[in-house]
Write a protein that binds this ligand. Structure first.
Ligand code: C2O
Ligand code: CU
Ligand code: CU
Length: 491
């Protein structure tokens, strides 16, 4: 651990002095030197969760129970036109199939690891027993099976996702294709079913012209940038497709569930010429819709938005990601300030529908009273470290009592953003840099911008065990920017 600390420090020092001299290398050269693979591909329909084969198939016939099979295995398939890559896939798909659940469901996932290396499946954002969390403490060896079992509590309707979480290898396994969405529905969902749903799983990658993933050695210039920023890709995928087209009818209202599954890219989403109705985040719907121009969605965060078809029949617009400066100046990518198109939103030729009414009240979010907090914790995020330490599987960093309500102050003391994630328990943000959060929402990840502090309140209501706390820039997690919260039953 000691040598690791030293080499980390050295690397950061090298980045700091060396990088000013660098120009950004071409990230994924094409044979003719152009970079046309990131350009719009017309007329690819956007895969949506409405298509049956995108789901994990529930083989249980008992109401209220869901039994699905999930296999992680190597595959040889094309992620971009014209070239195949050696990927890792869940059930042969990238992204993996969507797990669709109802509140109250008792879920068993029979998972088999057919990869040549250990892995886990982590159910990001869910409240579940510790032995089903799929943390690095619970690896599934090659050829082994593991059954993940959990029950979805009431109030957890929302959009979540699953991904591997093996010790030190999360970035490479997610990058090779292991990520998928989870949609949990409530029987009393306040949004009308007539708002048709779209699921958008965002991710990025860098792929060389021969189809191999562009992973860098830390000794190279790009390797140092990846180490510091987390590995970003110039190829922006929505459900595994580059700039697909999504159809909407004039006057129609669509409900989009969006997952940021990228290893380190933060998206700042906006639709040209339209506002968005922001209705939910990590842990599901807000109390009321909020009209916004744009939404920042950091790594592992989710949003629910209502997209209103305010355009005219036959027209089209673009969902784009606007520049978002999460970087240290030394490693800021040269094109960071360029907006990038994610998908084309095309209005059909059909005559406009009369827009439906959006409910003004969605669902109550319980109030967690700071006066009930039995402890206030300080968590300090520095580059690659939490509370000045690297991850150690055998060390508990924070202990809390089962049933306790606590306030956590998460400080980011360095000059780049770090999205903080807590396993197993959802929290409510109290304030950011002292500014009270404008309304309540359930979160499991929160971006802590450069040199800022976020305070949240959390109740460790159930499920004792050792839960991960970490930065969700996956390279940082692998580098050891992770700690363990132990929730204990004893006095
Ligand atoms: Cu998305 Cu530790 O997880
Ligand atoms: Cu998680
Ligand atoms: Cu980080």
């Amino acid at each position: 651990m000691r040598t690791r600390t030293v080499s980390l420090a050295l690397l950061f020092a090298v980045v700091a002095v060396g990088i000013l001299l660098l120009t950004r290398p071409s990230l994924s050269p094409t044979p003719d030197g152009s970079s046309d693979r990131g350009s719009p591909t017309a007329d690819i329909p956007l895969s949506s969760i409405v298509e049956g084969d995108r789901f994990m198939r529930n083989v249980s016939t008992e109401p209220g129970t869901v039994h699905v099979a999930l296999v992680a295995a190597p595959e040889h398939m094309a992620l971009i036109d014209g070239v195949r890559s050696d990927v890792y896939a869940f059930n042969g798909r990238v992204p993996g199939p969507t797990l669709e659940l109802m509140e109250g469901d008792r879920v068993t996932v029979r998972f088999r690891n057919e990869l040549p290396e250990p892995t886990t499946v982590h159910w990001h954002g869910l409240s579940l027993p510790i032995d089903s969390d799929g943390s690095p403490l619970d690896p599934v060896e090659p050829g082994e099976e593991k059954h993940y079992t959990f029950t979805i509590p009431t109030g957890f309707a929302g959009t979540y996702w699953y991904h591997p979480h093996p010790h030190g290898a999360t970035t490479s396994q997610v990058t090779k294709g292991l990520y998928g969405a989870i949609v949990i529905r409530a029987p009393d969902d306040p949004l009308p079913e007539s708002f048709s749903e779209r699921l958008l799983v965002l991710s990025d990658n860098r792929i060389l012209s021969d189809g191999t993933f562009d992973f860098t050695e830390p000794t190279t210039a790009q390797g140092q940038i990846d180490f510091q920023n987390g590995r970003e890709g110039d190829l922006l995928f929505v459900n595994g497709e580059i700039t697909p087209t999504l159809e909407i009818r004039s006057g129609e209202i669509q409900r989009w569930r969006i997952v940021n599954a990228a290893a380190s890219r933060v998206y700042r989403l906006a639709i040209q010429g339209q506002t968005l109705l922001h209705v939910g985040s990590d842990g599901g719907l807000f109390e009321h819709p909020v009209e916004v121009d744009e939404i920042v969605i950091a790594n592992s965060e989710r949003v629910e938005v209502l997209v209103r078809g305010t355009g005219t029949p036959g027209s089209s617009t673009v969902l784009e990601t606007l520049p978002y400066d999460r970087y240290m100046p030394q490693t800021r990518p040269a094109d960071w300030n360029q907006p990038r198109a994610l998908l084309t939103l095309r209005y059909s030729d059909e005559p406009p529908l009369t827009p439906e009414v959006v409910p003004e009240t969605l669902r109550p979010i319980p109030y967690l009273d700071p006066a009930d907090a039995s402890a206030t914790r300080e968590i300090v995020m520095a580059q690659g470290m939490i509370n000045n330490q690297l991850f150690d599987m055998d060390r508990v960093d924070v202990s809390a009592r089962l049933g306790a309500t606590e306030i956590w102050e998460v400080h980011n003391i360095v000059g780049m953003d770090h999205p903080f994630h807590l396993h197993g328990f959802q929290f409510q943000i109290l304030d950011r840099n002292g500014v009270p959060e404008p309304f309540r929402k359930w979160k499991d990840s929160v971006n802590v911008p450069k040199k800022e502090t976020v305070r949240f309140i959390v109740r460790f209501a159930d499920h004792p065990g050792k839960w991960m706390i970490h930065c969700h820039i996956l390279d940082h997690e692998d580098q050891g920017m992770m700690g363990i919260l132990e929730v204990t039953e004893e006095e």
